[in-house]
Design a protein around this ligand. Structure first.
Ligand code: HBI
Ligand code: FE
Length: 288
């Protein structure tokens, strides 16, 4: 998809070979810190009762809503003490191989710019709010932290054998837009939902989208839209179950995927364990 020319973002300074940059934390303006606070306060009014318990616990223990844009070095010290992960600054989307190599080494790449006032509800490229507020807290959960590292290692293998499309679908339907079943009910864990006020409510409560039990092969066959809310949300049993699925031998799976058969975003397939069959009402003609 031809993206609109990206806006001129924050001056990033020299970019290293692994695409890391210095966050230059002292250069953020009071307005940028205030924007972070507004974004986090808005989400924290919605997320209790909707976000996974591990996410809410981690936002506390990592003191993410303590005020202002986090200093990645200090945040990394707190996170590393828990699961060995660090957060490294990058200018924005980095090449797949670079991205996977960072994840495989327990380094999470985070954009360092923060969205503008007119992008508070949606932004195309990952800014520091999406990456740090959306993705980083769950890296404090041991099972999720191990899954993301396994994802990075799987990504490096997938690149070598041309299976990036399927692996990107796994990323999209879990790390970005996944739901998890907890004792009290379905909860959000995907960062793309976690950083969106409207999709936080939509993903759990709107009758339009399907909600289907996670199955690794099913997810890797399922196409997705990047320009609208999801037509199907996949539900995992737990981060431990997701990690177990990711640790399986992908050889036979990739062999089955070789037929290239894919499912459209809103489609329901034979064998699906459907928790909610969506009305697709919110998608109008766009429903696939
Ligand atoms: N780079 N910074 C950054 N963040 C991402 O989420 C990201 C990326 N590069 C590649 C990528 N994601 C995906 O295309 C892969 O997960 C497939
Ligand atoms: Fe993301």
């Amino acid at each position: 998809m031809q993206a609109a020319p990206a806006r001129i973002r924050r001056e990033s300074g020299p970019v290293a070979a692994d695409f890391t940059i210095d966050q230059r934390w002292s250069a953020y303006s009071p307005e940028e810190h205030a924007r972070w606070d507004a974004l986090t306060a808005r989400m924290m009014r919605l997320l209790p009762g909707r976000a996974s318990a591990a996410f809410l616990k981690a936002t506390e223990s990592l003191s993410l809503s303590e005020g202002g844009i986090p200093d990645l070095e200090r945040l990394s010290d707190r996170l590393e003490a828990r699961t060995g992960w660090r957060v490294v600054g990058v200018p924005g989307l980095v090449p797949d191989e670079v991205f996977f190599d960072h994840l495989a080494n327990r380094r999470f790449p985070a954009g360092c710019f923060i969205r503008d006032e007119d992008e508070m509800d949606y932004i195309e490229e990952p800014d520091i709010f999406h990456d740090v507020f959306g993705h980083v807290p769950l890296l404090a959960d041991p099972a999720y932290a191990a899954f993301i590292q396994a994802y990075g290692e799987g990504g490096l293998r997938a690149l070598k054998i041309g299976r990036l499309t399927e692996l990107a679908r796994l990323y999209w339907h879990t790390i970005e837009f996944g739901l998890v079943r907890e004792a009290e009910g379905l909860r959000i864990f995907g960062a793309g939902i976690m950083s969106s006020p409207s999709e936080t409510v939509f993903a759990l409560e709107d009758p339009s989208p399907n909600r289907i039990e996670f199955d690794l092969e099913r997810v890797m066959r399922t196409e997705y839209r990047i320009d609208d809310r999801q037509q199907t949300y996949f539900v995992i049993e737990s981060f431990e179950a997701l990690l177990e699925a990711a640790m399986a031998d992908f050889g036979p799976l990739y062999a089955r995927l070789a037929d290239g058969a894919a499912l459209r975003p809103g489609e329901i397939a034979v064998g699906d364990r459907v928790l909610h069959r969506g009305t697709m009402a919110a998608f109008g003609a766009k429903a696939a």
